[in-house]
Ligand binder design. Structure first.
Ligand code: C2E
Ligand code: MG
Ligand code: MG
Ligand code: MG
Length: 280
């Protein structure tokens, strides 16, 4: 009986695994056609200067509206797109779309775009950035590429060479999710970052948690010492924001200041006048 039970369990796990593989294959397949089918869109989340309280830019965040599954979160589909290589086409689409969008704004705000390791290591990535800036007419200094530390470890020599070429165009580079990758401190010295984005896990309850506050202060001190502005991700409460203000953190982003949404929702920040001129 025990033997039979064992075989049954084995068969059960086999079928669960098979279902998972089928599910993943179908996502892989659908992702390849998502862009051409118009299922991808970009939402924008405001980034604020803590001292002045003004919006200084936006982060572009990708959304996939699957015809049957509904909204598939980026944490689910980006890793699949990276493994299959479809992130190259998708990432290029995001860059083109967001640079074109930002170039159309009246206010010369910054646009931050996430770039994956696969894109960074692909041949001709710096040239692609150059071409997109030229084609869309966006001033290079308004584009900021967000790169995680894990994106650098694959081939640090190549990553450094590419980042230098991108910086030479006048584009800015931000280290994303700081504190969650490996060897953060040496990466800050070895790579030409313009900004540190501290991961949202270090903001949560920073106003009441001593350990979290100590880490946050240390990162702000590090930023000051290195001459790098620090942006705090995932600010959700006014107490967290008050802490950041008291500690002279440069910038903040989070649900408190604005959830990611269609850019039209932020027209008061991107447009000189809020009146609808196109309707006339
Ligand atoms: P990320 O670049 O660190 O983006 C920040 C994430 O935190 C976003 O999740 C955002 O919606 C979320 N967030 C912002 N404020 C708050 C807050 O106050 N509280 C909480 N709990 N969350 C907040 P999202 O949009 O689901 O994106 C997840 C990740 O997917 C991003 O993390 C980024 O790594 C990746 N991603 C998104 N769009 C792209 C893209 O176009 N290309 C690439 N390569 N990766 C992308
Ligand atoms: Mg990011
Ligand atoms: Mg982040
Ligand atoms: Mg992230």
């Amino acid at each position: 009986a025990a033997k039979n039970h064992g075989r049954g369990t084995h068969r059960f796990f086999e079928s669960v695994l098979a279902a998972q593989i089928r599910d993943r294959r179908s996502l892989e397949h659908d992702l390849r056609h998502a862009a051409e089918r118009g299922e991808l869109r970009v939402v924008y989340q405001p980034q604020m200067a803590v001292g002045s309280g003004t919006i200084v830019g936006f982060e572009a965040l990708l959304r996939w509206q699957h015809p049957e599954r509904g909204n598939v979160p980026p944490d689910r589909f980006i890793p699949i797109a990276e493994e299959t290589g479809s992130i190259l086409g998708i990432g290029e689409w995001v860059l083109r779309e967001t640079c074109r969008e930002a170039a159309s704004w009246d206010r010369k705000l910054r646009i931050a775009v996430n770039v994956s390791a696969v894109q960074l290591h692909a041949p001709g990535f710096a040239e692609l950035i150059h071409e997109i800036l030229f084609t869309t007419g966006l001033a290079p200094a308004r584009l900021e590429l967000e790169i995680t530390e894990t994106a650098l470890v694959r081939d640090p020599v190549r990553a450094l060479a590419t980042l230098r070429r991108i910086k030479a165009l006048g584009v800015r580079i931000a280290m994303d999710d700081f504190g969650t990758g490996y060897s953060s401190l040496s990466n800050l010295r070895a790579f030409p970052f313009d900004k540190i984005k501290i991961d949202r896990s270090f903001i949560r309850a920073v106003d009441v948690n001593r350990e979290t506050a100590a880490i946050m202060r240390a990162v702000l001190g590090l930023g000051r010492g290195l001459g790098l502005p620090v942006l705090a991700e995932g600010v959700e409460t006014s107490a967290e924001l008050a802490f950041l203000d008291a500690e002279a953190c440069h910038e903040a982003q989070g649900y408190l200041l604005g959830r990611p949404g269609p850019i039209a929702q932020f027209a008061e920040h991107t447009r000189e006048e809020t009146g609808d001129k196109t309707a006339a």
